[in-house]
Ligand binder design. Structure first.
Ligand SMILES: Cc1cc2nc3c(=O)[nH]c(=O)nc-3n(C[C@H](O)[C@H](O)[C@H](O)COP(=O)(O)O)c2cc1C
Length: 312
């Protein structure tokens, strides 16, 4: 999730859930081409399994980014056809590409020649007034023809003119049935549903219809949810204590600080760890007040733990 997640976030989430499939925030193919690609592409080996999400519509740039990603060992490359922001639309990629399936198919074909890992597509169920199953179907069919086998579908349309990206994640209503129908008609495809899943029950009921569930905001804002989910789906999986997760972050933080990463770049992802627990507010406050200070190190997390009741 752009502006929210990064490799530090994924390192932290991986401690909470050993098997969840993690996705990077969208990285544009142009940024990889023109910029310091290592900054965008490197990740810690513990983040596996991990997908790189690419944004773009130029097959040459998308193929080039896919080839570069190959040097890092991503487990999947995902094409973003879901982002509604103006910036993305002016670059002609993201959700507006739902209306240009040939372009996405062209990117797909160029990308698969550069990698052995699956190339997948994340899309909406429609855009603007193109809010029908047939529109989604035409898009998916074109990609299936090109060879795509896995789709992550955010189960609401994107309104490209008039709604902010934030509103585009809440205002258009969720329509899970449209995604379920896609799976019914293409049982051989790997269909992952996304949008508004915030409880174990939500996920279990979605999994009765589709192959997977992608969780965005809930996983970021209440990261311990991932640990509970993993434990629920696999009761043999150990449910880690929240405090233990903090302790396991300390060496990672020390290494990153030694490499010049400011403390709050890592700890900002940990603010929600104790959400709903006694002392959650003290945890957040200590970190928010102290992690940005010059020279702040992992001792801030110890202080934040000590500011909480012992049972948390
Ligand atoms: C801050 C923020 C940034 C996001 N950035 C991306 C992104 O880079 N790529 C993407 O496919 N979706 C992005 N999304 C959308 C989420 O992946 C997801 O589709 C959406 O939030 C609905 O799922 P949820 O209800 O589980 O959060 C972003 C969402 C948020 C809140």
């Amino acid at each position: 999730m752009m502006d929210w997640t990064d490799r530090h976030c994924r390192y932290f989430l991986r401690l909470l859930s050993p098997s969840v499939f993690l996705y990077t925030e969208m990285v544009t193919a142009a940024a990889i081409h023109h910029g310091d690609s290592d900054r965008f592409l490197r990740f810690d080996q513990s983040e596996h399994p991990i997908a790189l999400q690419l944004g773009g519509s130029d097959p040459v740039l998308m193929a080039n980014a896919t080839r570069r990603a190959g040097e890092y060992g991503y487990d999947e490359i995902n094409i973003n056809v879901g982002c509604p922001s103006d910036k993305v639309q002016s670059g002609q990629f993201g959700a507006c590409l739902m209306a240009r399936p040939d372009i996405v198919a062209g990117c797909y074909r160029a990308m698969v020649t550069e990698t052995d890992v699956p190339v997948t597509v994340k899309t909406r169920i429609g855009i603007d007034d193109q809010d029908s199953y047939e529109f989604l179907l035409a898009f998916v069919e074109r990609l299936v023809e090109a060879g795509c086998q896995k789709f992550i579908v955010h189960a609401r349309i994107a309104i490209l003119d008039g709604l902010s990206p934030k509103e585009n994640r809440t205002v258009p209503p969720l329509n899970y049935d449209r995604v379920y129908r896609l799976k019914q008609e293409f049982p051989e495809l790997d269909i992952v549903i996304n949008g508004g899943l915030s409880s174990i029950e939500d996920i279990e009921s979605a999994l009765l219809h589709v192959d997977g569930a992608m969780v965005g905001r809930q996983a970021y804002q209440q990261p311990y949810f991932l640990a509970e989910l993993e434990h629920h789906l696999d009761p043999d999986a150990v449910l880690p204590e929240r405090r233990e997760i903090v302790e396991r972050m300390l060496p990672y933080i020390d290494t990153n600080i030694a490499a010049g990463v400011p403390l709050n770049r890592v700890t900002r992802h940990m603010l929600g760890l104790f959400a709903g627990q006694p002392g959650a507010r003290a945890w957040r406050r200590t970190i928010s007040e102290q992690a940005h200070r010059d020279g702040a190190g992992s001792e801030v997390l110890i202080k934040a733990l000590n500011a909480m009741p012992i049972a948390a």
